[in-house]
Design a protein around this ligand. Structure first.
Ligand SMILES: Cc1cc2nc3c(=O)[nH]c(=O)nc-3n(C[C@H](O)[C@H](O)[C@H](O)COP(=O)(O)OP(=O)(O)OC[C@H]3O[C@@H](n4cnc5c(N)ncnc54)[C@H](O)[C@@H]3O)c2cc1C
Length: 449
């Protein structure tokens, strides 16, 4: 019995691990990965005397998937929590506290925005519940249209975009309400009389429990443990080029015949591989766009007087190249122990990817200059690492949930084929772990033993 997992990102590695758990040593699990290393957009490098994550650096700890997986893999001692500091937002040439009690930047009260937006904007937010809300139950629109209509564009550009930029490398105009904020869409479907009311209904109760977690040695620790536990045959630096039905199973070029396949590839690759075997699913996947980003990790002198915040997010329309800074040594207590101050600068959003064409030197210079601008202090990096993520994140555009439902329905009858990945039911690592687990369950159910 031979199972191919195409794509060695976290979704694929989790699928391989769950298949090994369910099916034991009797199966030959092959992970086929086109690049020279596994992990996909999870990648840990070295800077400032230790590991630093150059892709994802955290996970939502209110979801159980990553915490459970770490526990299973004996990684409890790797769990680290952020210090609980808040980020700032850079807007109109000044740093402001990020408003509290928002849903992805959509406010639940007007006062939290005072100073970040002008008084007319605060008034518009405060009086929003007085204006009748038009919402078609079951419908979907982009986040920008919804929030700009109710709260004004300043709220979009200074509160919502900076947060969406972090999660999707997108902007509110490219992200649909239903897929990105399903609980909010459900509250609106249920007849919430205003956006303010809908946000209040779905905001989690205030809690002192940490929202995020991370790994002391970076995501590399999770990838190594997953690979050891999955014991797959790893085939790297080789891309899957074609998928076809075979006698009683599947044929994956260039691997050959297999009994089952997990496609854990980004949406456009999945679309190409499904082209002949599930044309409707392929069409749906082909409509999912990707955003690209780049990251500059900087080691600064330890005594650099960075603000005491977890990061600085940049509002849409500011004359800066960077879109966000993570003040890693402030955000994570375990990184504060290093001999240097660590900062990550992020570049690129959907529709604004010019920084991806910059040279490494241009990215590093812009990162340092922009950080000096937003902190007001001189920035002199001692060492830097540049990492690009072309097509790193799928965009959850309006209609995304329907698109995914179409895809899943179109492959439902294809026995021995399962899909996993960040484009399905959430881009975060916990959602990817869940998708890898679900794909393995689907395959395990239909294998003859
Ligand atoms: C810069 C950045 C920061 C992020 N930060 C966070 C964060 O802090 N917290 C969080 O929860 N999430 C974060 N995310 C999101 C999260 O990391 C990703 O959504 C998740 O890791 C995606 O995993 P995946 O396995 O689905 O896809 P990928 O990691 O994209 O893996 C897909 C794999 O398929 C391979 N592949 C492609 N084509 C082929 C082919 N033809 N044949 C074989 N292999 C192929 C690719 O090389 C890749 O290795 C971040 C994402 C980015 C880009």
């Amino acid at each position: 019995m031979r199972i191919a997992v195409i794509g060695g990102g976290v979704s694929g590695l989790v699928a391989a691990y769950r298949l090994r758990q369910r099916l034991g040593e009797r199966v030959d699990i092959v992970v086929l990965e086109q690049s020279a290393r596994t992990g996909g957009v999870l990648h840990t490098g070295e800077l400032g005397g230790g590991p630093v994550d150059l892709g994802a650096e955290a996970f939502v700890g209110r979801r159980p998937e990553v915490l459970d997986l770490m526990h299973e893999l004996g990684l409890d001692d790797q769990l680290v929590r952020p210090a609980g500091k808040r980020p700032l937002v850079w807007a109109r040439g000044a740093a402001h506290p990020l408003p509290g009690r928002t849903l992805m930047g959509i406010p639940s009260d007007a006062e939290s925005l005072r100073g970040l937006i002008d008084d007319a904007g605060v008034h518009q937010v405060a009086t929003e519940p007085e204006r009748p809300l038009q919402w078609r139950p079951g419908g979907d629109i982009d986040v920008r249209t919804l929030v700009a209509d109710r709260f004004g564009t300043q709220v979009v550009e200074r509160s919502v975009d900076p947060l969406l930029g972090g999660v999707y490398a997108g902007i509110s105009a490219s992200i649909g309400v239903r897929a990105a904020l399903p609980a909010l869409a459900a509250a609106l479907d249920d007849g919430a009389p205003s956006l303010t009311d809908a946000v209040r209904r779905v905001l989690p109760a205030p809690s002192s429990a940490p929202v995020f977690g991370g790994l002391r040695d970076g995501y590399a620790a999770l990838l190594t443990a997953l690979t050891e536990a999955a014991r797959p045959r790893l085939v790297t630096a080789l891309a899957a080029t074609r998928l076809a039905r075979g006698s009683g199973g599947w044929v994956v070029d260039p691997l050959g015949a297999v009994d089952a396949v997990v496609l854990a590839t980004p949406a456009p690759v999945t679309a190409r591989l499904l082209h002949y075997v599930a044309p409707e699913a392929a069409r749906a996947a082909a409509g999912i766009e990707l955003s690209s980003s780049a990251l500059v990790a900087m080691a600064l002198p330890r005594d650099t007087e960075l603000p005491d915040n977890s990061g600085i997010l940049v509002a849409t329309g500011e004359p800066l190249g960077a879109k966000a800074f993570t003040l890693s040594s402030r955000k994570w207590p375990h990184l504060a122990e290093r001999d240097v101050a660590l900062v990550r600068a992020s570049f690129g959003r959907f529709g604004d990817e010019k920084s991806l064409s910059w040279t490494d030197d241009e990215l590093v210079t812009t990162a340092a200059d922009d950080l000096a601008t937003v902190t007001g202090i001189p920035i002199t990096p001692l060492a830097t690492v540049v990492q690009r993520w072309p097509g790193g994140l799928p965009q959850y555009a309006p209609g995304h949930a329907d698109r995914i439902a179409t895809m899943e329905a179109a492959v439902a009858d294809l026995e021995g084929l399962a899909l996993a990945g960040a484009y399905l039911h959430g881009v975060g690592v916990p959602a990817c772990v869940a998708s890898g687990t679900a794909a393995a369950e689907r395959i395990a159910l239909v294998l003859p033993y």
